[in-house]
Design a protein around this ligand. Structure first.
Ligand code: NI
Length: 182
């Protein structure tokens, strides 16, 4: 049975670290991926990166099929993903399971081209655009210690500052398990 993993939250050091590349896919990693899907689904998220479950490795998952207009988009597991090209620009409001109750407008490229490894460690490439590309970029940012709030302009940041401080002090309790103060 997959396990529900507690999610790391804003202010925790692991969310600001550069991850380590994955060198091989073993049973431990496969179990982690299963647990991450289970955790993401239970938290009603559309993406989750390994540092959000306290694992400092280059792994993230994306599944936007819970949204009606994207219901045919298959879940995507990315090992060692790298964005190699990007085009255009769009502004979309984002949120993050690690930053509960905070939302803000983020400008990002509209279309991306990326490479990643699959479970056989084979290198694959893919193209994504629109909302799907948006979520992939948000998750890959997590692998480099970057959070969506880093993109907010001064006015947007001002609006969410109090909530960010609350999260830092572990004073929020979303309806999914998070790490409590160490
Ligand atoms: Ni996030």
């Amino acid at each position: 049975m997959p396990e529900q993993l507690p999610i790391t939250t804003y202010g925790m050091e692991i969310l600001r670290k550069e991850v380590k590349p994955i060198k091989e896919v073993d049973t431990k990693l496969i179990k982690l991926v299963q647990d991450m899907y289970y955790t993401m689904d239970n938290a009603e998220g559309v993406g989750l990166a390994a540092p959000q479950v306290n694992e400092n490795i280059s792994l993230c998952i994306v599944d936007i099929s819970c949204i009606e207009e994207h219901k045919h988009v298959k879940p995507l597991t990315l090992i060692n993903p790298v964005i190699i090209d990007k085009h255009g620009e769009s502004v979309i409001e984002e949120g993050c399971l690690s930053i509960p109750e905070v939302r803000g407008k983020v400008t990002r490229p509209e279309k991306i081209f990326l490479k990643y490894n699959d479970f056989d460690m084979k290198e694959l490439t893919m193209e994504a655009e629109g909302f799907f590309a948006r979520v992939i970029q948000h998750e890959i940012d997590h692998l480099h210690g970057k959070l969506f709030v880093d993109y907010l302009d001064e006015d947007e940041l001002k609006k969410v500052k109090a909530m960010l401080n609350k999260i830092k002090k572990f004073k929020v309790q979303p309806d999914y398990p998070i790490f409590s103060k160490a």
